[in-house]
Ligand binder design. Structure first.
Ligand code: MG
Length: 398
């Protein structure tokens, strides 16, 4: 029975975003696993939890007992469900699934119960400063047969103008929610009339509106038949989804900020959302995510796991394996990776005609070139993009 002989973190930033990968090593020659523990903006804290607390807890444990080891890590600090701890646990958890697949000679999607489809449909991002730029970028993706596109005019919160902010206000990323809301309606009118029905459209409010404005925007966008509208509210205001659901048929996706099952339980049982899109490492890895997928399936809710650049390629591989398996897959977010990233992480899933394909290697099918990863060191710095402010200078949810 293989046992755990080492647990360690690998920090790297090939594209300038801090990535945290956990490597679990065993007493069997060449047998190890990789997991994603990427909390890009608190990387040293996650590293400490893995190296200083989880490693001593896990040494000499049986690699096969994933369920028991997940709970051992979860209960060990007594206080639980925090984002830093969950990411650290995820790194080990995914690595153990990777190891189990390598021992069995099976990809993780086969361990979970097998493929429900041969490839995973994806959506990609289009951001533009002008409507023409957005149109051109969508046309480029259409040539690659990408059918689902997330469109943002000026990324999150729009492009602010004439803010009239009081002198001596704090530095930050300023936005104007009303202008953003009106511009977004104009954008959808333009894009839907330009492209017709042959394209699926997604938009991310990114929790930038008040509850009543979010409801108003969701109603106004109903006629453009979105694939989904993402994060209309801050997670702290999730109960407002009851009012939103009662007033519009625009499909809703929610959950990339979730840490704790209590944050999604009522949204699923009351059927307040259409797509659950947690950040899998943020909830503690594949073990809780596979349970969440099955739970969502009982309520007719589909999965759309969070897949931006601040998920490591190992985390993206986990997203793909779970999505290949889950009957209730909706879609997967795909940010696309550079050639450098493909060299640092050999085995990254590949895209063809709007679908993601996993390779068929055992485990998660992804590796890391540690020597190359060292050439792109992670950097600890003050996070700026989250310092968002309203026109009068008040901090707002990012
Ligand atoms: Mg989002």
């Amino acid at each position: 029975m293989p046992i755990i002989t080492n647990v360690r973190t690998i920090l790297t930033a090939p594209e300038g975003i801090n990535l945290i990968v956990v490597k679990v090593e065993t007493d069997q020659e060449g047998l190890y696993g990789l997991g994603c523990a990427t909390f890009a903006y608190r990387e040293q804290a996650v590293k400490s939890v893995v190296d200083d607390y989880l490693k001593p807890l896990l040494l000499n444990k049986d690699v096969h007992k994933i369920e028991d080891l997940w709970h051992l890590m979860h209960y060990n600090a007594y206080w639980r469900n925090g984002g830093i701890t969950n990411n650290a646990i995820s790194g080990v958890d995914m690595a153990l699934w990777d190891i189990k697949g390598k021992i069995a000679g099976l990809p993780v999607y086969d361990l979970l119960g097998g493929k429900s489809r041969e490839a995973v449909p994806i959506y990609q991002h289009v951001n533009g400063k002008t409507l023409d730029e957005i149109v051109t970028k969508i046309e480029t993706l259409q040539k690659q047969n990408v059918k689902h596109v997330r469109i943002q005019w000026g990324l999150y919160g729009g492009i602010a103008q004439n803010l009239n902010t009081p002198p001596n206000s704090q530095d930050g990323v300023y936005g104007d929610p009303k202008q953003y809301m009106n511009d977004t309606i104009k954008m959808f009118d333009h894009i839907r009339s330009h492209f017709g029905d042959g394209i699926e459209l997604i938009h991310d409010i990114h929790e930038r509106l008040t509850p009543s404005d979010a409801i108003y925007l969701a109603k106004q966008l109903e006629k453009y038949r979105l694939f989904y509208l993402e994060d209309p509210l801050p997670i702290e205001q999730g109960a407002w989804l009851r009012q939103l659901r009662a007033q519009t048929s625009t499909p809703i996706a929610f959950g990339e900020l979730f840490n704790n099952p209590h944050e999604w339980h009522y949204l699923l049982t009351e059927r307040l959302i259409d797509f659950i899109r947690v950040h899998i490492s943020q909830i503690g890895g594949l073990t809780p995510a596979k349970k969440l997928a099955v739970f969502a399936e009982q309520f007719g809710i589909r999965t759309a796991w969070h897949g931006p650049g601040d998920v490591s390629p190992v985390g993206h591989a986990a997203n793909v394996h779970l999505s290949l398996h889950s009957h209730n897959l909706g879609i997967l977010e795909w940010c696309g990776f550079s050639e450098v990233m493909r060299k640092v992480f050999p085995g990254l899933p590949t895209v063809k005609n709007g679908y993601l394909y996993a390779n068929n290697k055992p485990g998660l099918g992804i590796d890391i070139d540690e020597d190359l990863a060292k050439k792109y060191p992670a950097k600890t710095s003050v996070t700026k993009w989250t310092q968002t402010r309203l026109p009068d200078g008040t901090l707002s949810t990012p």
